[in-house]
Design a protein around this ligand. Structure first.
Ligand code: S3P
Length: 439
């Protein structure tokens, strides 16, 4: 276990109250830079996530000649260069820790007339990329990966991409979005069929930029060769970041918290559905539409939770929220069973194993399975857990502190900045007893 990296120290107990707006949605922030850069005209973004992942995307477009001002207080101005206006970068494009950026960029760059190399950090370099390079190869893209199908990815120029009718083997919004972005540059129609609904921000935002998208059940299609028209984007607060506080306020007795302006896209709201099945009390206030994305304020109060069998149809709709949902399960009465979630093993860390290991350190009966986990609710103890550099694991164990019997020390927390800058400050502002140490 590392000792010289950033640690969180969480003193036990506390409750969460007050109001809080968590940072902007990561998925929407990435896409705002990508589509804004490819649009004709000037796109203004507000509520942009100033986290390392979306900043990596912003920098790679600057490296390809796009003039982008900001972010400053979540405001970004993108001077779009048009679908054919990107310039060859002079160095490899570094996407840091971001799987979303790498997979979406792979599709977008497959149709350019220049070479690019995509690199990332040690976690990203282990993540599977054939899930995107295989369908892109079927569209005539030429992309080299390492022998194991991982980054660095070397994307070579091709004369023309051809449209594809692709049925995805896994329910992945990243794969769907990658193929659709390549489809902007392909001849004819590109269609993707998904085995289960996944987040649809790419489709919604393409339409917001005036690009026609057709959806028929679980099949979505676009036709190449069109143009994008600049527009304004208001990025809602990220439900995946709000999730830590939904769980925290549910498990910490005496909590009463309002989460403001949270993105409530129905392809993302699994965490609310699952927590409600467990007995959580979450009110959805003032539901509204903000430039094509549903938004609401969420009012959550503490409530006794019970263990459940998590419905498999909720898994893609809550895919990033499982680390903290496992903490909810540890605080619930009875057993919680998750199945159908093997994708969790290929996220920023193996989230099934890493969460099971950490929960066991804290004395929780958590048994990993091939595609999920079985957790018996009970007492949370104290101890030192390793986040393995995974932002959501670090934040999940911070929330566990609200119900712990003693101090929890969490190792390797730098990457919390990828999705949730100022997490420690905002969490302690509403009652978490977390602090930062450098060791
Ligand atoms: C994302 C899709 C999800 C999610 C990731 C963001 C996106 O990945 O885990 O954090 O923005 O498209 P998969 O689609 O691969 O499950």
């Amino acid at each position: 276990m590392s000792s010289n990296k950033l640690q969180f120290r969480v003193q036990p107990g506390g409750s969460l109250s007050g109001r809080l707006r968590v940072p902007g949605d990561k998925s929407i922030s990435h896409r705002s830079i990508m589509l804004g850069s490819l649009a004709d005209g000037v796109t203004h973004v507000s509520g942009f996530l100033e986290g390392e992942d979306s900043l990596a995307t912003l920098r790679v477009f600057q490296a390809m000649g796009v003039k982008i001002d900001g972010p400053s207080d979540g405001e970004v101005t993108i001077n779009g260069v048009g679908v054919d206006g990107l310039k060859a970068p002079t160095a490899p494009l570094d996407l840091g820790n971001s799987g979303t950026a790498m997979r979406l960029m792979c599709g977008l760059l497959a149709g350019q007339g220049f070479d690019t190399t995509l690199v990332g950090d040690s976690s990203l370099t282990k993540r599977p990329m054939r899930r995107v390079t295989d369908p892109l190869a079927a569209m005539n893209a030429v992309i080299d990966t390492s022998e194991g199908g991982t980054a660095p990815l070397h994307i070579r120029p091709t004369t023309t991409l051809c449209g594809i009718d692709y049925t995805m083997p896994v329910a992945s919004a990243q794969v769907k979005s990658c193929v659709l972005l390549a489809g902007l540059y392909a001849e004819g129609e590109t269609c993707v069929t998904e085995p289960a609904p996944t987040r649809d921000h790419t489709e919604r935002m393409l339409q917001g930029f005036g690009y026609p998208v057709t959806r028929n059940g679980n099949r979505v299609c676009i036709r190449g060769g069109g143009r994008l028209r600049a527009c304004d984007i208001d990025v809602p607060a990220d439900i995946s970041s709000a999730a830590f506080f939904l769980v925290g306020a549910s498990i910490a007795t005496g909590s009463d918290l309002l989460l403001e302006h949270v993105g409530m896209n129905p392809t993302r709201d699994g965490v609310i559905n699952i927590l409600r099945l467990m007995g959580a009390v979450i009110g959805v206030l003032d539901p509204r539409d903000v430039r094509g994305e549903p938004v609401a304020d969420l009012h959550v109060r503490s409530a006794p939770l019970k263990g459940i069998r998590i419905p498999e149809d909720q898994v893609p709709l809550a895919i990033d929220e499982f680390p903290v949902l496992f903490v909810a399960a540890a605080c619930a009465e009875g057993e919680t069973v998750l199945t159908g979630a093997e994708e969790l093993r290929v996220k920023e860390s193996d989230r099934i194993q890493v969460m099971a290991d950490g929960l066991q350190v804290l004395g929780v009966d958590a048994r990993p399975t091939a595609d999920g986990i079985v957790i018996q609710g009970g007492a949370i103890g104290s101890g030192r857990v390793d986040s393995h550099g995974d932002h959501r694991i670090a934040m999940a164990f911070t929330i566990a502190g609200l119900r712990a019997g003693g101090e929890i020390v969490i190792e390797d927390c730098e990457n919390v900045n990828t999705s949730f800058p100022r997490f420690v400050e905002l969490a302690s502002g509403v009652g978490s007893r977390v602090s930062l140490t450098g060791d």
